[in-house]
Design a protein around this ligand. Sequence first.
Ligand code: NVA
Length: 366
Amino acid sequence: MTKIVNSWNDFDPLKHVIVGRADFSVIPPEEPATSEKVPIDSEMRGMWGPRPTATVEAANEQLDNYAKILEGLGIKVDRPTPLQWNQAIVTPDFRTESGFTQMPPRDILLTVGNEIISSANSFRCRYFEYLAYWPLMKEYFDEDPEFLWTQAPRPRLTDKSYKHNYYDEKISLEERLERTAAKDFVTTEFEPMWDAADVMRVGKDLFIQHGLTTNRTAMEWFKRYYPDLRVHAVNFPGDPYPIHIDATFVPLRPGLIINNPHRRLPEEQRKIFEANDWQIVDAAQPAHDTPPPLCYSSVWLSMNCLVIDHKTVCVEASEVHQMEQMDKLGMNVIPVPFRDAYAFGGGLHCATADVYREGGCEDYFP
Ligand code: NVA
């Protein structure tokens, strides 16, 4: 019996990680939460069905290569067990015509110390995505007597969980930005809903983005579930599609965070970092003007990096500006080709979930 699961942040030395797989990925049909995620001018609007095989193969090739690179650094890599997502997702409360993927484990699994919690996602198509990780959870459970295998309260995702006709009319970018600034999102506060990728873990503090995929009720749930941790709601007013914090606000090591220059943390919320001598620097510009085809994410996946330890970081291989900035910030950069996997749910950070990092629960913001 050994300790398998331990991780309190995104920067202490990484020893064991899960890397997603693209198999059987589907572009899901529109549903109350997802229509807001697909930009109005995206070629994906109105489209759904299994992703083309050639794109799945190309993504898997890059995911496999990423796993090899991490193994080459002495990191143990586990992979999920793919499920056939091209089938209806049905519960007593709803039916939607397909599932999604098991590419971005970061959206589903939140590691806090010796616990991994499966999230309470607001997308109906993601309702059973956690099953792809269950064989791994069972392994960790068998081997690590301290591992806490947890499922967050499952949302019912009935019509009460969403605002209706929220984006019925074509809505301009300006209006989207106004809604973000007003913290007016598609989800209601009927029940806690959250994606694990909205949570930035920094030891005793959890910074959680309030946006399209995580609501205030979830923050309240976190506060009660972790009475010994501090939960901070953060907002990034410049983001018309506030989903997941890891292309917006990314810690590189204790005391240093890169922030998307279009989605700056408001003054009021910066205080806790400044008061504790943390530096927040603008991330470098992405190298690309557009995301790859059929991609949900923005070009800011450029900053969606995986920190290996306080001096080493994996950055997407074509992101020359981000790599140069990392170098200037004193990091050794490992370039990882990954743009073929972007469309399946994100970048190098999204594609992983922490199992073990060295270090404990530090108080960085006393
Ligand atoms: N909202 C983010 C998702 C990043 C994983 C973006 O597309 O920029």
